[in-house]
Design a protein around this ligand. Structure first.
Ligand code: ATP
Ligand code: MG
Length: 571
């Protein structure tokens, strides 16, 4: 490809709207352009990279025996009513009406459509297991699209769906898919972790995410330094503390005046106690009762994902705003405590292990000292509802937890029979009985993965593409092209040879200064650069530089082809 027919759209300035490196570099290198909030066009350079990622993903899906299909973007409401997700998906679902006023949505994911497809096509257990996949545009009306294609509204996803008659067959495919994901993200040059994940609105019981490590990542990963344990912080369990490890004796319950003191930090300061001795109480909407109290240690934070799953809690989880509490409970937020509280109480496991604790007295301006569970407060409902913290013991008992930030590039789910039961997707088993299918689903955010790769592979000058995704492997920069027939001849010759050897090469035939061309090529991140000039040709050499190295070297003109072929294989 020559730059004269492959216009580069590089920008010198850092676009103001771009907060992350990957977003900046994707705009500056001319990979993408914004059409509307969270909606982007891919320019020729960007599309080449997107297609490289697609190629790696497709290769591993095909190796797994998954069959590629293409389902429609526009999906009829009836299917979403059958799964119950037309209403539960909320504002993310872009709803559309056709000219007959029939409801449709633009697919944010395809469980409904694929389940409908297989319930019509499959008859017998003999046709299973089966894995189908597609690579296709999704739309999710994200509340806060940001970071370019990292969290966009329209994006490219690989979504695969597997169907089985037994749970063990589902588990087998789920494991194989996890291994395929390892191969894919390794081939794409990503540093990543597979972590235990929440199943969210997709559903099912077992799920794992693939998180590319990056400090701009929106997710927090908790991982152990003593074992392979790793979980999204949303799902990281905490170790149940053994009751009363301190052997502390119960002290006498007392009331203390704390006028105007409401936050945990203020109470700790006033009473000169550590925050872990103070228990705080939050109020949520209940499922069977109007309100439920949630009690946590003062130094811990509520994990909203964990608590939302408890049957006593109304969904979606709604925490009651502090300003409403005097009306509901007769005192302000900072004075609520579990003793003599008129509503059901859920106690975090760590809060339950604290002896002689301090809590609000359910009267403004007062706190209780030396409160003990059972003796002073009946404690019937204890659960893990807090966020894990750095330094916590790993829940598998080996090592301590550390945190890292990640970009979720993929997620795999064991859905069980959620969709097949709701949508009556069955086949006949060995005994001729109709049996609902077990299902798995497996996503990769193709466009987000491109941004994640850039977050991990760049320097001050631009992108450093790993070989598997580089838009071109080699760039030829001829010096003085229009005035030197010798340079033109050598450059054209090498260009042809590289093409004949199936090496993707960009020929920069622009009338630009060398400095401009070099800056552009560094920004775009082409791994191998060959400069051809009169001075070198007099000695029969060309100049070679690898993108991430500072020094160039002279290579004999008749050796450069073999040299490049070798370099591409080894880096
Ligand atoms: P997130 O938690 O980041 O909103 P999700 O868990 O809702 O994502 P999935 O339903 O698991 O997403 O979709 C599969 C993959 O699609 C994700 O792992 C992610 O890589 C990608 N993806 C999801 N939402 C977006 C988005 N708004 N922009 C770009 N990629 C996305
Ligand atoms: Mg996900």
């Amino acid at each position: 490809m020559k730059t004269s027919i492959f216009p580069l759209a590089t920008l010198r300035e850092i676009p103001r709207e771009a907060e992350t490196i990957s977003h900046q570099l994707m705009l500056r290198s001319g990979m993408i352009r914004k059409l509307a909030a969270g909606i982007y066009s891919w320019l020729p350079l960007g599309l080449r990279v997107l297609q490289k990622v697609t190629t790696v993903v497709r290769r591993e899906m095909d190796n797994l025996g998954a069959l590629e299909i293409l389902m429609p973007n526009i999906q009829p409401r009836e299917l979403w009513d059958q799964s119950g997700r037309w209403d539960s998906t909320g504002e993310q679902l872009l709803k559309i009406k056709d000219r007959h006023q029939h409801d449709f949505c633009f697919g944010p994911t395809h469980e409904e459509v694929v389940t409908d497809l297989v319930r019509r096509e499959l008859r017998s257990y003999k046709q299973l297991p089966l894995t189908l996949y597609q690579i296709q545009t999704k739309f999710r009306d994200e509340i806060r699209p940001r970071f370019g294609v990292m969290r966009s509204r329209e994006f490219l996803m690989k979504d695969a769906y597997s169907f089985h008659t037994t749970e063990s067959s589902l588990e087998e495919t789920y494991l194989a898919m996890g291994e395929a994901y390892h191969k894919i993200f390794t081939a794409l040059g990503l540093k990543f972790r597979m972590v235990i994940a929440d199943t969210g609105n997709i559903g099912g019981n077992i799920s794992q995410e693939f998180q590319a490590l990056a400090h701009v990542g929106e997710d927090i990963i908790a991982y152990s330094d003593g074992s392979g344990y790793a979980a999204n912080l949303e799902m990281a369990t905490t170790m149940a503390p053994r009751e009363d490890t301190t052997g502390e004796a119960g002290l006498t319950l007392a009331t203390v005046d704390t006028p105007g003191v409401t936050t945990v930090a203020e109470v700790a300061e006033l009473l000169q106690v550590p925050q872990r001795k103070i228990l705080k109480t939050l109020i949520a909407r209940g499922n069977h009762q109007p309100y439920v109290a949630l009690v946590l240690r003062g130094d811990h934070e509520l994990n909203e994902i964990k608590v939302a799953k408890l049957p006593e809690i109304a969904s979606p989880l709604t925490l009651i705003d502090g300003s409403k509490l005097p009306e509901i409970l007769g005192c302000s937020a900072g004075s609520i405590g579990p003793r003599n509280l008129s509503i059901p109480t859920i106690i975090d496991r760590d809060a339950f292990a604290v002896k002689n604790f301090i809590c609000g007295a359910n009267r403004d301006g007062q706190h209780l000292l030396n409160v003990n569970w059972h003796r002073d407060v009946p404690a019937s409902y204890v659960a893990d509802i807090r966020k894990a913290q750095e330094g916590d013991p790993s829940p598998d008992g080996q090592g301590k937890l550390h945190f890292a930030r990640g970009i979720e590039v993929g997620q795999i789910f064991q859905l069980g029979k959620k969709y097949s039961c709701a949508m009556e997707a069955t086949v006949l088993d060995e005994n001729g009985q109709a049996t609902a299918l077990y299902m798995g689903c497996y996503g990769i955010g193709i466009s987000r993965t491109v941004a994640a790769i850039i977050e991990q592979h760049h320097d001050q000058r631009g992108i450093l593409w790993p070989t598997a995704v580089a838009p071109f492997q080699v760039v030829i920069v001829p010096m003085n092209l229009t005035r030197s027939p010798r340079v033109k001849e050598a450059a054209e010759m090498l260009y042809k040879e590289l093409i004949n050897n199936k090496i993707e090469v960009l020929f920069d035939d622009r009338q630009e200064r060398a400095g401009v061309i070099f800056a552009d090529m560094d920004l775009i991140g082409i791994p191998h650069r060959i400069v051809i000039g009169d001075r070198g040709l007099e000695r029969n050499t060309v100049e070679y530089k690898f993108r991430s190295q500072t020094d160039a070297m002279d290579i004999a003109l008749d050796k450069i082809l073999d040299f490049i072929k070798d370099r591409i294989k080894t880096v």
